[in-house]
Design a protein around this ligand. Structure first.
Ligand SMILES: C[S@@+](CC[C@H](N)C(=O)[O-])C[C@H]1O[C@@H](n2cnc3c(N)ncnc32)[C@H](O)[C@@H]1O
Length: 336
């Protein structure tokens, strides 16, 4: 699993922007949904092309400030909604023919440097981690969940090998005093026996808590399904992921939509109906050397896209079953 992204820039830098524009080709006009508006890097680039419209979503209400500036300039071509992308198919799209749906997952530099959000141990802030529209914070989770639940979160969402030791230590320490960001970092540093020279000791636990607090697994799965539903024929769904769990989900989802399930290679091919999507490029797209030089944070980015072949609205997928073990862990949050 790749590390939580350590910021290296004074501002947000839209990742793989050139590649995304070349895939969605806004020069031909059309309506695009930017599911992760952030600081508006993608939306603004699309709006440079005259016959385009952008519907942008972000769960963080702080994104609205930037969205308001864009709205003033492009009042009849830009619409922002402070919503989670899992709710995309509930938004009234007024018969818009959607040409592209774009997800740039994770968080922006603006969010990571905000101490109120407490996303990073590099900017010691509240133990919060809420991106927006959440039910509980990381502080509530760390201080109240059973240690066996914390262990699962660290193990499955962070691939933290010393999950059990860390969870146990948290259980002990929180009896003395409520755990805050500083204390959590201290516990991890003191508890871990093995050090990874490439990443900070706290990276995996912080990533795990962020995924848990924001229910990022079910958000992604529901967002992908909603995105594929609203697309019209020839519409493109583009996703940029930043860690291996996200990429695994996107890769599996795209595969199930674009390939028939093989029953057995020894049996004759069955007359199966056409799939509704095609994978134009199987290989993942990575940032260029130039982008890596300009923005080190892009190093864990992976881009995948899929093209819709018809106007169907129903999506057949077993993605919930496939990742049910992760959704069950997210649901531990219902105890809070
Ligand atoms: C990496 S940033 C996007 C940056 C954007 N592409 C740009 O160029 O400015 C990811 C954004 O997605 C938002 N986000 C994350 N999960 C979300 C969700 N489930 N629904 C809506 N927005 C989400 C975050 O709040 C953050 O602003």
């Amino acid at each position: 699993m790749s590390a939580i992204i350590v910021p290296d820039l004074p501002r947000h830098y839209p990742v793989l922007l050139k590649e995304i524009i070349s895939i969605i080709s806004p020069q031909y006009g059309g309506t695009f949904i930017d599911c992760t508006f952030g600081q508006g890097g993608y939306s603004q680039e699309i709006l440079k092309y005259q016959d385009t419209k952008v519907i942008a979503l972000d769960r963080d209400k702080d994104s609205k400030k930037k969205a308001d500036i864009i709205s003033e300039k492009f009042s009849n071509r830009f619409l922002f909604k402070n919503k989670k992308f899992s709710e995309l198919d509930k938004i009234k799209l007024k018969n818009e023919s959607i040409r592209g749906v774009i997800f740039d997952l994770g968080y922006s530099y603006t969010q990571i440097k905000d101490p109120k959000k407490g996303l990073s141990f590099n900017f010691m802030g509240d133990l919060n981690m809420c991106l927006g529209i959440n039910n509980f914070s990381a502080k509530e989770a760390v201080n109240n969940l059973e240690t066996k639940d914390l262990e699962k979160i660290f193990k499955f969402f962070g691939e933290e090998k010393e999950a059990k030791r860390i969870a146990k230590k948290i259980g002990k320490e929180r009896q003395k005093k409520e755990i805050n960001t500083q204390k959590l970092v201290e516990i991890i540093e003191k508890t871990k026996r093995k050090r990874d020279r490439k990443i900070n000791s706290s990276t995996k636990v912080f990533q795990a808590l962020r995924i848990f607090v924001n229910k990022e697994i079910s958000e992604l799965i529901n967002g992908l399904i909603a995105g594929t539903k609203v697309l019209k024929k020839d519409g493109i769904l583009v996703v940029v992921t930043f860690h291996s769990l996200e990429d695994k989900i996107v890769k599996y989802f795209f595969k199930t939509l674009s390939e028939h399930k093989s029953i057995s290679r020894y049996l004759p091919k069955l007359d199966q109906p056409e799939t509704s999507f095609k994978l134009a490029q199987k290989k993942v797209i990575l940032p260029s050397r130039k982008e890596l030089n300009e923005n080190l944070s892009s190093r864990s980015a992976k881009l995948r896209y899929i093209i819709k072949k018809d106007n169907s609205y129903q999506i057949k997928t077993d993605i919930f079953e496939k990742f049910d073990h992760l959704i069950q862990i997210e649901n531990l949050g219902d105890k809070l």
